[in-house]
Ligand binder design. Structure first.
Ligand code: FE2
Length: 226
Protein backbone atom coordinates (compact mmCIF):
# COMPACT_ATOMS: atom_id res chain seq x y z
CA UNK A 1 0.00 0.00 0.00
CA UNK A 2 1.32 3.43 -0.94
CA UNK A 3 1.06 5.61 2.17
CA UNK A 4 2.04 8.73 0.25
CA UNK A 5 -1.36 8.69 -1.42
CA UNK A 6 -3.34 8.33 1.80
CA UNK A 7 -1.38 10.37 4.28
CA UNK A 8 -2.43 14.03 4.00
CA UNK A 9 0.84 15.13 5.58
CA UNK A 10 2.85 13.49 2.85
CA UNK A 11 0.64 15.07 0.18
CA UNK A 12 1.33 18.51 1.62
CA UNK A 13 4.99 17.68 1.74
CA UNK A 14 4.90 16.55 -1.87
CA UNK A 15 3.17 19.72 -2.94
CA UNK A 16 5.62 21.83 -1.07
CA UNK A 17 8.49 20.06 -2.76
CA UNK A 18 6.82 20.61 -6.09
CA UNK A 19 6.50 24.30 -5.30
CA UNK A 20 10.12 24.52 -4.19
CA UNK A 21 11.20 22.75 -7.36
CA UNK A 22 9.37 25.30 -9.48
CA UNK A 23 10.95 28.12 -7.51
CA UNK A 24 14.44 26.78 -8.02
CA UNK A 25 13.76 26.18 -11.69
CA UNK A 26 12.64 29.77 -11.91
CA UNK A 27 15.78 30.97 -10.20
CA UNK A 28 17.92 28.87 -12.54
CA UNK A 29 16.10 30.30 -15.54
CA UNK A 30 16.84 33.84 -14.51
CA UNK A 31 20.51 33.27 -13.75
CA UNK A 32 21.48 31.13 -16.75
CA UNK A 33 23.82 33.15 -18.92
CA UNK A 34 23.01 33.00 -22.61
CA UNK A 35 20.39 34.16 -25.02
CA UNK A 36 17.88 35.26 -22.41
CA UNK A 37 20.43 37.14 -20.32
CA UNK A 38 21.82 38.60 -23.53
CA UNK A 39 18.41 39.96 -24.44
CA UNK A 40 18.34 41.92 -21.21
CA UNK A 41 21.46 43.96 -21.83
CA UNK A 42 20.33 47.49 -21.15
CA UNK A 43 20.30 49.72 -24.16
CA UNK A 44 23.00 52.32 -23.56
CA UNK A 45 22.16 56.02 -23.54
CA UNK A 46 23.87 58.09 -26.21
CA UNK A 47 24.04 61.75 -27.05
CA UNK A 48 20.94 63.42 -28.45
CA UNK A 49 23.10 65.29 -30.96
CA UNK A 50 22.34 68.79 -32.23
CA UNK A 51 19.57 67.87 -34.67
CA UNK A 52 16.48 66.86 -32.72
CA UNK A 53 13.93 68.72 -34.85
CA UNK A 54 13.65 72.40 -33.88
CA UNK A 55 10.34 72.45 -35.72
CA UNK A 56 8.19 69.35 -35.97
CA UNK A 57 6.99 68.15 -39.36
CA UNK A 58 3.34 68.62 -40.33
CA UNK A 59 2.99 64.89 -39.91
CA UNK A 60 4.52 62.99 -36.99
CA UNK A 61 3.18 59.49 -37.61
CA UNK A 62 5.26 56.31 -37.93
CA UNK A 63 5.57 56.45 -41.71
CA UNK A 64 8.49 58.74 -42.49
CA UNK A 65 8.31 58.06 -46.22
CA UNK A 66 5.09 59.98 -46.84
CA UNK A 67 4.08 63.31 -45.34
CA UNK A 68 0.35 63.50 -44.74
CA UNK A 69 -1.43 62.69 -48.01
CA UNK A 70 1.62 63.30 -50.16
CA UNK A 71 2.00 61.14 -53.24
CA UNK A 72 5.77 61.33 -53.66
CA UNK A 73 7.64 59.18 -51.20
CA UNK A 74 11.02 60.10 -49.75
CA UNK A 75 14.10 58.93 -51.61
CA UNK A 76 16.04 56.09 -49.99
CA UNK A 77 16.04 52.40 -49.25
CA UNK A 78 12.68 51.57 -47.71
CA UNK A 79 13.18 50.13 -44.23
CA UNK A 80 10.76 48.81 -41.64
CA UNK A 81 12.32 49.20 -38.23
CA UNK A 82 10.53 47.60 -35.32
CA UNK A 83 11.13 46.21 -31.89
CA UNK A 84 9.90 46.17 -28.34
CA UNK A 85 10.34 48.61 -25.49
CA UNK A 86 11.12 46.60 -22.37
CA UNK A 87 11.78 47.46 -18.76
CA UNK A 88 14.77 46.12 -16.84
CA UNK A 89 12.90 42.89 -16.09
CA UNK A 90 12.13 42.28 -19.75
CA UNK A 91 8.47 43.25 -19.36
CA UNK A 92 6.96 45.19 -22.27
CA UNK A 93 6.33 48.85 -21.61
CA UNK A 94 2.88 50.10 -22.53
CA UNK A 95 2.17 53.73 -23.46
CA UNK A 96 5.80 54.41 -24.19
CA UNK A 97 6.25 57.17 -26.75
CA UNK A 98 8.97 56.14 -29.19
CA UNK A 99 10.40 59.00 -31.24
CA UNK A 100 12.90 58.59 -34.05
CA UNK A 101 14.66 61.17 -36.18
CA UNK A 102 17.32 60.85 -38.85
CA UNK A 103 18.74 62.67 -41.84
CA UNK A 104 17.42 62.16 -45.36
CA UNK A 105 19.35 60.42 -48.15
CA UNK A 106 21.31 63.65 -48.72
CA UNK A 107 22.39 63.97 -45.09
CA UNK A 108 19.94 66.75 -44.21
CA UNK A 109 18.03 66.82 -40.92
CA UNK A 110 14.75 68.51 -40.17
CA UNK A 111 16.59 71.30 -38.40
CA UNK A 112 17.35 74.91 -39.32
CA UNK A 113 21.08 74.36 -38.69
CA UNK A 114 21.42 71.11 -40.64
CA UNK A 115 24.14 70.56 -43.19
CA UNK A 116 23.03 70.04 -46.81
CA UNK A 117 19.93 72.15 -46.15
CA UNK A 118 19.67 73.20 -49.80
CA UNK A 119 19.48 69.53 -50.83
CA UNK A 120 16.92 68.49 -48.22
CA UNK A 121 14.35 65.97 -49.42
CA UNK A 122 11.04 67.77 -48.88
CA UNK A 123 9.20 64.46 -48.98
CA UNK A 124 11.07 62.93 -46.07
CA UNK A 125 9.33 63.32 -42.74
CA UNK A 126 12.62 63.15 -40.82
CA UNK A 127 10.87 62.45 -37.51
CA UNK A 128 8.15 60.11 -36.31
CA UNK A 129 6.34 58.91 -33.23
CA UNK A 130 4.78 55.67 -32.10
CA UNK A 131 2.92 54.90 -28.87
CA UNK A 132 3.31 51.31 -27.68
CA UNK A 133 0.42 49.08 -26.68
CA UNK A 134 0.45 46.22 -24.19
CA UNK A 135 3.08 44.26 -26.13
CA UNK A 136 5.56 47.15 -26.01
CA UNK A 137 6.03 46.89 -29.76
CA UNK A 138 6.73 49.78 -32.10
CA UNK A 139 7.08 50.06 -35.86
CA UNK A 140 8.32 52.71 -38.27
CA UNK A 141 8.62 52.83 -42.03
CA UNK A 142 11.57 54.97 -42.97
CA UNK A 143 14.75 54.92 -45.07
CA UNK A 144 17.93 53.02 -44.34
CA UNK A 145 20.14 55.59 -42.62
CA UNK A 146 23.05 57.01 -44.62
CA UNK A 147 26.39 58.41 -43.48
CA UNK A 148 27.06 62.14 -43.31
CA UNK A 149 30.40 63.82 -42.64
CA UNK A 150 31.80 62.62 -39.32
CA UNK A 151 29.07 60.06 -38.61
CA UNK A 152 28.28 56.47 -39.43
CA UNK A 153 24.67 55.85 -40.49
CA UNK A 154 22.35 55.95 -37.49
CA UNK A 155 18.77 56.51 -36.40
CA UNK A 156 18.17 58.59 -33.28
CA UNK A 157 15.72 57.23 -30.70
CA UNK A 158 14.06 58.87 -27.74
CA UNK A 159 11.73 56.97 -25.41
CA UNK A 160 9.28 58.88 -23.23
CA UNK A 161 6.36 58.07 -21.01
CA UNK A 162 4.06 60.81 -19.86
CA UNK A 163 6.24 63.85 -19.35
CA UNK A 164 9.28 61.73 -18.50
CA UNK A 165 12.19 61.12 -20.86
CA UNK A 166 13.36 57.56 -20.26
CA UNK A 167 16.17 57.11 -22.77
CA UNK A 168 17.90 58.85 -25.66
CA UNK A 169 20.04 56.65 -27.88
CA UNK A 170 21.03 55.82 -31.45
CA UNK A 171 20.82 52.68 -33.59
CA UNK A 172 23.47 51.61 -36.12
CA UNK A 173 23.80 49.23 -39.08
CA UNK A 174 25.55 45.99 -38.23
CA UNK A 175 28.64 45.46 -40.37
CA UNK A 176 28.82 49.03 -41.65
CA UNK A 177 32.50 50.02 -42.01
CA UNK A 178 31.73 53.51 -40.72
CA UNK A 179 30.92 52.24 -37.23
CA UNK A 180 34.56 51.66 -36.32
CA UNK A 181 35.38 55.29 -37.17
CA UNK A 182 32.35 56.81 -35.46
CA UNK A 183 33.19 58.69 -32.26
CA UNK A 184 29.78 58.17 -30.66
CA UNK A 185 29.70 54.44 -31.46
CA UNK A 186 33.30 54.03 -30.26
CA UNK A 187 32.37 55.97 -27.14
CA UNK A 188 30.43 52.89 -26.08
CA UNK A 189 33.29 51.03 -24.46
CA UNK A 190 31.41 47.87 -23.59
CA UNK A 191 31.14 45.48 -26.51
CA UNK A 192 27.74 44.26 -25.35
CA UNK A 193 26.46 47.82 -25.21
CA UNK A 194 27.68 48.36 -28.78
CA UNK A 195 26.05 45.16 -29.91
CA UNK A 196 22.80 46.26 -28.29
CA UNK A 197 22.55 49.28 -30.60
CA UNK A 198 24.04 47.76 -33.77
CA UNK A 199 21.43 45.78 -35.67
CA UNK A 200 21.01 43.91 -38.91
CA UNK A 201 19.30 45.66 -41.84
CA UNK A 202 18.27 42.73 -44.04
CA UNK A 203 15.74 42.00 -46.77
CA UNK A 204 12.14 42.14 -45.59
CA UNK A 205 10.88 38.55 -45.84
CA UNK A 206 8.28 37.96 -48.52
CA UNK A 207 8.95 41.10 -50.55
CA UNK A 208 10.71 41.54 -53.86
CA UNK A 209 10.96 45.30 -53.96
CA UNK A 210 14.26 45.51 -52.11
CA UNK A 211 12.59 46.61 -48.90
CA UNK A 212 14.55 46.12 -45.70
CA UNK A 213 13.70 45.19 -42.14
CA UNK A 214 15.59 45.90 -38.93
CA UNK A 215 14.76 44.86 -35.40
CA UNK A 216 15.86 47.03 -32.50
CA UNK A 217 14.65 46.11 -29.03
CA UNK A 218 15.15 48.73 -26.34
CA UNK A 219 15.75 47.63 -22.75
CA UNK A 220 15.29 50.46 -20.28
CA UNK A 221 16.99 50.68 -16.92
CA UNK A 222 13.76 51.33 -15.10
CA UNK A 223 12.08 48.73 -12.94
CA UNK A 224 8.33 48.19 -13.09
CA UNK A 225 6.10 50.50 -11.11
CA UNK A 226 3.13 49.18 -9.23
FE1 FE2 B 1 22.63 62.19 -36.08
Amino acid sequence: MNTALTNPASLVDKNRRGFLLRLSLGAAFFTVPGAFAEALIRTPAQTEGPFYPDHLPLDTDNDLLIINNGITPAVGEVTYISGRILDAQGEPLRNAVVEIWQCDHNGAYLHTKTGNAEKRDKNFQGFGRFVTGSTGEYLFRTIKPVPYPGRAPHIHFKIKRGSKELLTTQCYIKGHPGNEKDGVWKGLRDEKARAAVTVNFGPLPGTHAGELAAKFDVVLGLTPTA
